[in-house]
Design a protein around this ligand. Structure first.
Ligand code: NAD
Length: 266
């Protein structure tokens, strides 16, 4: 499978280069960055911290989409929307890792999925995808009197909050309770907030240092608290999960798939 990367010089992009090179059945078809990027023209292997692999970083996105069977995109919301439209146009499959998309940007992704096969996940680690299933189950079992709070911490470069994974955990908990997250989410607390509303799902965001991604879902009852946590200790698991998704999605029918489909949890 010929796999290429948009945002190849980013934190995740560099991890993806090495994950593609290591993956059986995957061939690194190229990497793209924005025009004027300081690493333009550099060998992707060297960019990822190992030997040259003979593939250089370019800015020709269209040529990349033509050359590859699957594109992996961990960039920024506006770029991902443009890439999804291009993927639909050219019939290239796309694996989306970018988080922080708003409702109208998500609508573009949903439309693109009518024409080509896309995988979208807020988190490509196997552990977090197991956690999503567990959270839905626990939320279904425990009564509403158990307050659900979701705490996340990420490195100080992260630009969106709460994290895409925290929101996905919130959606899983809401699904377990048979409610819509938008109706019960409490994302910002400041000043005299009044008492907590029964049934709300609260979020708390921490930012600092080089934390790759910590998430805890708490079910706080009277006299006891159940907490389920996931801690990422490297970006490698996100990258290898995204490459696994790329190998899976190549050749699938048009549609919007999740990591549950890739892992066979669906
Ligand atoms: P980063 O800023 O280090 O990398 C993003 C790269 O994309 C940059 O190098 C930037 O120059 C490039 N880029 C932006 N627009 C572009 C365009 N139009 N064409 C080509 N390249 C473009 O960020 P990061 O830490 O690698 O994270 C990227 C995204 O992935 C964020 O939204 C983050 O939340 C998300 N993320 C998702 C997961 C997951 O498992 N789904 C894991 C980690 C990060």
């Amino acid at each position: 499978m010929k796999i290429a990367i948009v945002g190849a010089a980013g934190r995740m992009g560099r991890m993806l280069i090495s994950a593609i090179v290591k993956a059986e059945g995957a061939e690194l078809a190229g990497g793209v960055e924005m025009t004027g990027h300081p690493d333009m023209g550099r060998d992707l292997g060297e960019l990822a911290g190992f030997d040259a692999c003979g593939v250089a970083l370019t800015s020709d996105t269209r040529a990349l989409f033509k050359a590859a069977d699957v594109i992996i995109d961990f960039t920024a919301p506006a770029a991902t929307v443009a890439h999804a439209a291009l993927a639909a146009d050219m019939g290239t499959c796309l694996v989306i890792g970018t988080t922080g998309l708003d409702v109208s940007q998500q609508a573009v992704i949903d439309r693109a999925a009518q024409k080509t096969a896309l995988v979208q996940a807020a988190n490509y680690s196997v552990g977090v995808n197991v956690l999503l299933g567990l959270v839905e189950q626990v939320a279904r079992i425990l009564p509403e009197a158990y307050d659900i709070e979701i705490l996340e911490m990420h490195h100080h470069h992260k630009v969106d909050a709460p994290s895409g994974t925290a929101l996905a955990l919130g959606r899983a908990a809401a699904a377990g309770r048979n409610v819509n997250l938008d109706d019960v989410a409490d994302k910002v607390r400041d000043g005299i907030t009044g008492a907590r509303r029964l049934g709300d799902i609260g979020f708390a965001t921490l930012r600092g240092g080089d934390v790759f991604g910590d998430h805890t879902v708490m079910f706080a009852g009277t006299g006891e608290r159940l907490e389920i946590s996931h801690k990422a200790s490297s970006r490698e698991n996100f990258a290898s999960g995204a490459v696994r998704a790329a190998l899976w999605v190549g050749g699938q029918k048009p549609g919007l798939y999740s990591m549950k489909d890739v892992l066979g949890f669906a």
